[in-house]
Design a protein around this ligand. Structure first.
Ligand code: CUA
Length: 319
């Protein structure tokens, strides 16, 4: 009993933690509205279910039509037509109201997200920043996500902040959001997209306006790239062919198969939420990515320990 209590407590604290992926522990007005609709639907449809089951039991027990109080025709008209019509109509109106309340007229910030197999390319077109699997946003901003996909259809879902939106190759979809709470929120892919669909997560970090401005300035700067290029590991990067797949802004590495690594040293996770970022995990992932994320496009790297150490130091310097 005690163990069960601890388990529930752990589960609850993980729901409430600074890594929220719950659509009922919300952090924006849109998410509040969606959660309200969800609770309302749960209550109304549970009530409908109970009424139907009760009537079904009554119907099974009843032998003849004459036993039905008020006549079977009345029940058909009320229960079979009027009640479902009113229930669905009210829910439709409420859903449309929630949809209409989403601010879509102005965007303080535009973020482009491209669904890839199986990670998220994140671009800030106004600032020339390209990243992967994490989206930083300022508090209180109207944000527009321009969504698309490269290989197959994905679905961009931010449970604590917004609903889902499909990402379709050669097609652009949009999702709007006004940020409210500061924190780190987890998003996931909500459309089955292949072998690593379950390991296609991302993080949204909402910062105070001043912190976001500092983040922007740091990501726009090439200082860390210049520093990293002085290190021995930069030769390993090109010698091992990492540059054919991974771009580093301000260098000759311009590959477009895997994530842009210009700021890899500041990432929260590796492999789209598969592993927490650390130098050890970076080395392990580079060594044998298929163990952590089977089916992804990256082959194993044959490399000795010293060269790996240099490579990891080089990558970790790219902040
Ligand atoms: Cu991408 Cu599922």
């Amino acid at each position: 009993m005690k163990r069960k209590g601890i388990f529930l407590l752990t589960l609850l604290s993980s729901c409430m933690s600074d890594n929220r992926q719950s659509m009922i522990h919300t952090a924006s007005q849109v998410a509040d509205d969606i959660a309200y609709l969800w609770w309302l639907m749960l209550i109304v449809y549970t009530a409908v279910f109970l009424v139907v089951i009760t009537l079904l039991a009554f119907g099974i027990k009843t032998k003849t039509r004459s036993e039905v109080p008020g006549g079977s025709r009345l029940w058909l008209l009320i229960g079979g037509i009027a009640l479902p019509f009113v229930t669905v109509l009210v829910m439709l109106i409420l859903s449309l109201q929630v949809t209409k309340a989403i601010p879509t007229d102005k965007a303080d910030l535009v973020v482009e997200v491209v669904g890839r197999n199986w990670w998220w390319e994140v671009r800030y077109p106004e600032y020339g920043i390209v990243s992967a699997n994490e989206i930083y946003l300022p508090q209180g901003a109207n944000v527009r996500f321009d969504l698309s996909a490269r290989e197959v259809i994905h679905s961009f879902w931010l449970p604590a902040l917004q609903g889902k939106m499909d990402m379709i190759p050669d097609h652009s979809t949009q999702l709007f959001l006004k940020t409210r709470e500061i924190g780190k929120f987890r998003g996931i892919c909500a459309e089955f997209c292949g072998l690593q669909h379950a390991r296609m997560a991302f993080h949204v970090v909402v910062l105070e306006e001043q912190d976001f401005a500092e983040w922007l300035a740091a990501r726009q700067s090439d200082a860390s790239v210049q520093k990293a290029m002085q290190l021995a590991g930069h030769e390993v990067y090109f010698k091992k062919g990492c540059d054919t797949c991974h771009r580093i802004r301000g260098s000759e590495a311009q590959g477009d198969v895997g994530p842009d690594l210009t700021h890899i040293g500041s990432r929260l996770s590796l492999g789209a939420g598969t592993l927490p970022y650390s130098q050890e995990n970076l080395a392990a992932f580079v060594h044998d990515p298929q163990t952590f994320k089977p089916g992804n496009a990256m082959p194993a790297t044959v490399i000795d320990d010293d060269a790996m150490q240099d490579l990891v130091e080089f990558l970790d310097t790219l902040k």
